[in-house]
Design a protein around this ligand. Sequence first.
Ligand code: SF4
Length: 390
Amino acid sequence: MRSMLNHMRYAELIRPDSVRVWRDEGVRERLSWYYSVMRGDAPPKYIIVKNVPTSLRNREIPSLSTEELLSEHVKTRQEFGRLLDEIRGSSDPWRHVRVNGVEGVSFLDLKVELARRYSSPCRLCEWKCGALRSEGRMGYCRVAGVNSFVDNFFHHMGEEAPLIPSGTIFYVGCNFRCVYCQNWSISQREGYTAEEQSPEDLANIQTWLAAGGAKNINHVGGEPTPNIPAMLTSLKHLTIKTPQLWNSNMYLSEVAIELIKDVIDIWLPDLKYGNNGCALKYSIVKNYFDIVTRNIVIAHASGDMIIRHLVLPNHVDCCTSNVLKWISENAKRALVNIMDQYRPEYMVLRQPRKWEEIGRRVKAEEMDKAFRLAREYGFVGPVEDLWYVA
Ligand code: SF4
């Protein structure tokens, strides 16, 4: 039945909240850019980025240093900002762009070149492990090369209500080692074991998802960050009018977030831990809270956002409370999904005594406390599972 029925219509039947949620003014206001792109009223940012010319010529790029390219990136962003403002204020936003972009070296071309340079030695996430990916070496994230490795892609009906159906692409590999990972068969797999997709393939996947009614293109994994070179390059081959969504642990390096922030229409970051210590213990990652909150602030200033907070058993006081307080003070425009879906998986099941304190589902009283804290910090909700600061 579903193959004969556009996925958007199917979603309206099985997830009526995906329609209902837009009746809420608070949701509409906080996701106003995403909403206008999703309806086709405004172009997605990646098309705008294609329409901003740089002052570079193709033949001079190999001789320019990375610092010179970064400086051009900063300059070109000012032009991008001007065009974006014009489009936001226009009664006919599509009049300002062509889907194929400008002739010559565009802002997107510049981003692709920088992403290629920063991927080998790789400094795309805060591990900055320096893997020579262009020579086939694998990074800490288990990804090698500059193509992407995709486990699967489909129209996801289980995401947050405003995102349904979500055209989701699951990349293999991850820069975290969460001991309770529910996707460990994807995240902890070596890239080589999945299907390698060139940027053109990746663009074809996105086009297929859009044609089937996807409201967005949802880059997830594992973790999408190691795939930034392929993702950005795929946008050169893409003409769909669908918003781009970044579904990530947000452990990107400063350069990586600067490269992608102009092409993403809606962000879906995880903010699990309220401190660095719990992150080090359960996800084996350093300076988590400092880095992830730094990136969420940058992303929040550049686009619409739904933050996911997974409540962990025995971590309401040390994590949930700090996370909700931080969001209420630093990411006030974001919607928040306070999630109760935690279940013991992966290493927690294999080594139950070692991970005993997170070896169960979250209790009802822990969720009640999380919701009580949300109200104390000024959130209202839930609206179809989403909260926001009033
Ligand atoms: S994205 Fe992967 S290869 Fe690149 S720095 Fe991070 S862990 Fe290393």
